[in-house]
Design a protein around this ligand. Structure first.
Ligand code: SF4
Ligand code: SF4
Length: 417
């Protein structure tokens, strides 16, 4: 088996001789019949973006002057509850806290931890309301510059495998796996995962992407702390941490679901091609990656299988908004349902996630988009399921994988030993 060392790859990068490709570029070559050989590629960069519920922020915030209160007992950031501690910071006027990306504002049902993290990273002013153990309430405004620490910790990120969901029942079902209540029976499908671009899909045995390895988390250089919660050989995922100060708000934010606001973020990882086995794993294409389709009620009853070519190919990745088609409805279903807030009175393409909810919801066709559909054999009947909601964003995943490729080539991202 052909092989090379990491320092040989690093030397090639330094001399401007390394070939660095994104996982999508590798898969495209395979699909075109030009499967790359070991000598054709040195590093493959991968990426994923989607709802990743296991995301939290560890913050240290100045709330008042030293001596002003003993300890915090409760804290709200823009109405989103955090957990003060573990350090009590007695009489220091500061609070250590942990905020979950899945926490919801007590004032606004549509705002939660994911939206808050994006606001913090953007440098926006955050309303802080703290209650001390002595019963005082202190209100202040803080930005990321007032935070000694702003560290994101993902306890379960970048799953290799995901499940798509349908509703086989007559009753609509509210779940975090769809932006609105999922209608049934078999009215549509929601799914997650970036298929052939996904980091662990290209390194399923975690030969390279493992504890101690550097990755990009939402644009910031982070470290893989180890395997994430619920990680298994069959369904691996990662625990990652990175400084929020270096993050790009494009890659992290809130995403409203039928069961309240969630958090999305993005991970990119580089795979040094050290031997032919490692290369072989990166040659995977969407068609070969199975996507189980399960009952959204309970999540575990698998009804059939599709693949990532069926959900990511022959579709459009973003909607096109036709303002002339907009009827200015009294109740705009798109404004109400758009999970990221990309459509209020205008369409903000930068915020758009490509979920498809606008195209699904607008009764006047103001949003055009090819969401795609899959066919599934259920109980010996062929069922056609339109894709109603994408909970991963292939454009952000691709962009981050390309950003990592650029950094590897220009030497600003060092491959881990
Ligand atoms: S539902 Fe469609 S047509 Fe009506 S206001 Fe919203 S975007 Fe315009
Ligand atoms: S695809 Fe439509 S509903 Fe989804 S984020 Fe973009 S504008 Fe909003």
């Amino acid at each position: 088996m052909k092989s090379r060392t990491l320092s040989q790859i690093k030397d090639k990068i330094e001399n401007g001789e390394a070939t660095v490709l994104t996982a999508e570029e590798v898969s495209r070559l395979v699909k075109e019949g030009n499967k790359p050989g070991f000598d054709d590629v040195d590093v493959v960069t991968t990426g994923t973006c989607g709802i990743m519920s296991g995301t939290a922020a560890v913050l240290h915030i100045k709330v008042d002057e030293p001596g002003s209160f003993k300890k915090a007992s409760k804290i709200l950031l823009n109405g989103v509850p955090g957990f003060p501690g573990p350090c009590p910071n007695e009489w220091l006027g500061t609070v250590d806290l942990i905020v979950y990306g899945t926490s919801h504002s007590i004032y606004d049902d549509d705002y939660g931890g994911g939206f808050l993290f994006q606001d913090i990273i953007k440098g926006n002013e955050i309303k802080v309301k703290m209650e001390s153990t002595n019963g005082e309430t202190i209100e202040t405004i803080a930005t990321i510059d007032d935070m000694g620490t702003a560290q994101m910790v993902g306890t379960r990120l970048a799953f290799k495998n995901y499940t798509a969901f349908v509703n086989p029942s007559e009753e609509s079902v509210a779940s975090i796996f769809n932006a609105v209540n999922m209608e049934g029976p078999y009215k549509g499908l929601s799914f997650s995962g970036c298929g052939e671009l996904n980091p662990l899909q290209n390194d399923p045995h975690m030969r390279n992407i493992k504890e101690g390895v550097r990755v990009l988390l939402c644009g910031s250089v982070g470290i893989v702390l180890g395997q994430g919660t619920r990680s298994s050989q069959e369904k691996p995922n990662l625990m990652i941490s990175a400084d929020m100060r270096q993050m790009d708000p494009l890659y992290v934010g809130g995403y409203k679901t039928a069961d309240g606001p969630e958090v999305f973020n993005s991970v990119a990882a580089a795979i040094p091609i050290l031997n032919e086995d490692i290369l072989k794993d990166t040659l995977i294409t969407n068609k070969e990656i199975k996507l189980p389709v399960a009952d959204i009620r309970g999540r575990h009853q698998v009804l059939g299988f599709t693949d990532y070519a069926s959900v990511w190919e022959d579709i459009t990745e973003r909607p096109v908004y036709y303002p002339e088609g907009c009827q200015k409805c009294e109740l705009c279903l798109v404004c109400e349902r758009c999970p990221t807030g990309a459509f209020k009175s205008n369409f903000d393409e930068e915020i758009c996630f490509g979920c498809g909810m606008c195209n699904y919801s607008c009764p006047h066709g103001a949003f055009q988009m090819k969401r795609g559909k899959i066919r599934l054999n259920i109980d010996e009947k062929l069922v056609e399921l339109p894709i109603v909601c994408r909970q991963s964003d292939i454009i952000r995943a691709r962009k981050l994988a390309e950003e990592l490729k650029k950094r590897v080539i220009n030497g600003s991202f060092y491959l881990s030993e």
